[in-house]
Design a protein around this ligand. Structure first.
Ligand SMILES: Cc1cc2nc3c(=O)[nH]c(=O)nc-3n(C[C@H](O)[C@H](O)[C@H](O)COP(=O)(O)O)c2cc1C
Ligand code: SF4
Length: 470
């Protein structure tokens, strides 16, 4: 039975708002580090099994089963790294910073247990550059944990002596450094560019060694799994997603905020009961369910459970289309609906200008594209420019089709999923709110003229101003 609002235990946000709980004495009083003894008495594979049993799925965006990911580390690896992804830059997402600020010792305890399970002796916490306050709290917490001997000192375990070092590393503030391979490059002191996969980090990651990258919220759940057992954690959630879920509720809500909620709670209940409904009693027009890279839901799709599988497969969510009547194919004819992503839920009321919202999102991704691959570098810029002119009521005939075709051309053709992060919401907004875009096309204007791509101008001629397109 999944937990409900009434009987759900608070796991990862239990110390949110508790003064002083981010310092080690109060944190210890409130239960921090209590699970280390139990974990050290277990063999590492038994911990991995418990995490597998718990149905814990990654909270960083993709919802990948954590225990399964841990088993991808090649057996007998001599050096293994654990890297905590605290980059948190997806628009609409603001949960990891609450854990970092209010409960850094819960995260450190999770890191210690996970590192022991993985055979890792040096873990890194990579914090987004702009999170100055959280990085300071996290650094102090790590120093306190060193001083108390929880890290940096050898301890006896079921597998012999174990010692872990933890380094807090601040990023320079680029969204792309949240992508795991880009993050690893940044940690190595290189330009934060995504790497081609395979090889996956679990096989060849930080400094060429097997590496597990996990999100802050994911790892903050591990102590509770050791305390109460994988079965208990699994039963709190739905069939394939264990535990609770943090939702970052923003937009047109009476009580926006960061809430730890039952996994699979219907979106309508979150909006109406948890967040007190929409100001002025207005109707909901659209909801972005998992950070701005996810296709939006419309007002008829609010009874969906907020859970990884449901948001991808529930047939009450209309498939995203490439053009009217043609679904976006995720492979094997599987349609794209939406995803739970990073838990960033943005609610928009009936008066929201969704074309302007979409243009804003496109500008974000165009700005954050690392520029390494052409479909993303060029395509996100086109989407931003075309969508911005449509939002200004200056759209040209054919712009709606052009945006859909550019977005479709990006998806699946790039090194990392940032391309899809722009293409999916673009196609999603066009599928569900096409009329709003079409209404902004100025019939008197000429369609976008076909032009040669930059660089293909005739020899001896100057390239067109601005480089070519859109
Ligand atoms: C463009 C991009 C940005 C990402 N940003 C983050 C981020 O800020 N935090 C995060 O945990 N995962 C982010 N991810 C997902 C990570 O690549 C990776 O899947 C995740 O950290 C794995 O942790 P998990 O299994 O615990 O979810 C991002 C992915 C992409 C493609
Ligand atoms: S998809 Fe975009 S962000 Fe990702 S590697 Fe290519 S250019 Fe860079």
């Amino acid at each position: 039975m999944p937990s409900t609002l009434e009987n759900m235990p608070k796991i990862v946000l239990r110390n949110m708002g508790v003064d002083g709980a981010n310092k080690i004495d109060k944190a210890t009083e409130r239960g921090a580090y209590a699970q280390l003894k139990k974990a050290y008495a277990m063999q590492p594979p038994a911990i991995v099994d418990e995490v597998k049993k718990s149905n814990l799925r990654g909270r960083g965006g993709a919802g990948f089963p954590t225990g399964m990911k841990w088993t991808f580390i090649p057996k007998d690896s001599k050096t293994v790294y654990l890297v905590i992804n605290a980059d948190e830059s997806e628009p609409g997402t603001c949960k990891d910073r609450e854990i970092l600020f209010w409960d850094p010792h819960l995260l450190i305890e999770g890191v210690i247990i996970s590192a022991y399970a993985l055979g890792c002796t040096h873990a890194y916490i990579f914090i987004r550059g702009e999170m100055i306050r959280e990085a300071a709290v996290m650094k102090r917490a790590v120093e306190e944990a060193y001083a108390k001997g929880h890290i940096g000192r050898e301890v006896a375990t079921a597998k012999g002596a174990f010692k872990l070092d933890v380094t807090v590393h601040r990023g320079a503030g680029a969204y792309i450094c949240g992508e795991e391979t880009s993050l690893l490059n940044a940690l190595e002191g290189k330009r934060g560019w995504p790497r081609l996969k395979p090889p996956f980090p679990a096989v060849k990651g930080l400094f060429g060694m097997p590496t597990i990258v996990n999100n802050v919220e994911t790892i903050a759940n591990v102590p509770a799994i050791i305390d109460k057992g994988g079965q208990w954690f699994a039963e709190l959630g739905t069939a394939r997603s264990g535990g609770t879920r943090i939702l970052c509720m923003s937009g047109h809500l009476n009580k926006p905020g960061v809430y730890e909620l039952p996994m699979g709670i219907p979106l309508r209940q979150v909006i109406d009961e948890v967040c007190g409904g929409v100001p002025g009693g207005k109707k909901v027009k659209a909801v972005i369910p998992g950070g701005s890279s996810m296709p939006p839901l419309d007002a008829s799709e609010l009874d969906i459970p907020m859970e990884f599988d449901a948001l991808m497969t529930d047939e009450r969510i209309k498939p995203v289309q490439v053009r009217p009547g043609v679904n976006f194919d995720m492979g094997g004819g599987k349609p794209l609906r939406t995803m739970a992503g990073s838990g960033g839920v943005i609610v928009m009321d009936e008066d929201t200008d969704l074309v302007a919202v979409c243009a804003r999102i496109m500008r974000f991704y165009a700005n954050e594209s690392c520029g390494q691959c052409t479909p993303c570098r060029e395509g996100t810029g086109w989407l931003a420019r075309i969508c911005t002119r449509v939002a200004k009521h200056e759209g040209r005939p054919g712009d709606v089709e052009l945006m859909a075709s550019v977005a479709h051309g990006i998806a699946g053709n790039t090194i990392c999923p940032l391309g899809e992060a722009a293409a999916w919401p673009m196609l999603g907004f066009l599928t569900k709110f096409r009329g709003e875009f079409e209404a902004r096309i100025k019939p008197g204007l000429q369609p976008e003229p076909p032009r040669a791509p930059p660089g293909l101008h005739q020899i001896g001629q100057r390239p067109p101003a601005g480089g070519g397109h859109a």
